[in-house]
Design a protein around this ligand. Structure first.
Ligand SMILES: [Fe+2]
Length: 186
């Protein structure tokens, strides 16, 4: 595609899609190709999106959210050798690779979910996502992201709702503890 596709057009399309359907599978199916299109042309990319957070292991930059925190678009940069604990999002997620290769580990719940602070996880899928690849995760899906390369990687994350407002969880694989997961956003 030769015509440029701006962040604003992307946000307009997100609003149109979610205005037309509440079906999460359909939303993800329609948002994925648009996210892929947005990351194909990086004219919107700014140097500040590389500013990272040593303590957290990754830097999060908010590009857009609606006043009610829905339709959040974020850039996440990942420091070499760093990543996230296993976590869910409390909403749907579409992640498109911008730069570098990120390892994605998908988990399934092995317990019955009857204890609120407890979760047992097993690996479901372990794969690498390159620049231009799109990873879609339904509400409730659990994954971890790791940058195993020696350079900062960058990805564009779109969520049904800003992940700090969804009451989502992080999971400890050693202790099976499940607790709140809030990230620092620039
Ligand atoms: Fe995630």
């Amino acid at each position: 595609m030769t015509d440029t596709y701006s962040l604003q057009q992307y946000v307009n399309d997100l609003k149109e899609i979610t205005g037309e359907t509440a079906d999460e599978k359909e939303i993800i199916g329609r948002v994925g190709p648009l996210a892929e299109r947005l990351v194909a042309d990086k004219s919107w990319l700014q140097q500040k999106y590389y500013e990272t957070d040593e303590e957290q292991g990754f830097g999060v930059h908010l590009l857009h959210e609606e006043p009610d925190h829905t339709l959040a678009v974020l850039i996440v940069n990942w420091l070499p050798g760093r990543g996230t604990p296993p976590h869910d999002h409390g909403t749907w997620a579409v992640v498109a690779g911008v730069e570098g290769t990120e390892r994605n580990i998908r988990y399934k719940r092995l317990d019955d979910g009857s204890r609120p602070d407890h979760a047992e996880l097993g690996v479901k899928k372990d794969f690498k996502a390159d620049a231009g690849d799109v990873v879609a995760i339904k509400t409730g899906g659990i994954h971890a992201v790791v940058n195993e390369t020696d350079r900062i990687t960058l990805s564009l994350h779109t969520y049904g709702k800003h992940i700090n407002y969804t009451n989502r969880s992080q999971f400890n694989l050693e202790t099976n503890e499940k607790k709140e997961y809030i990230v620092r956003v620039e």
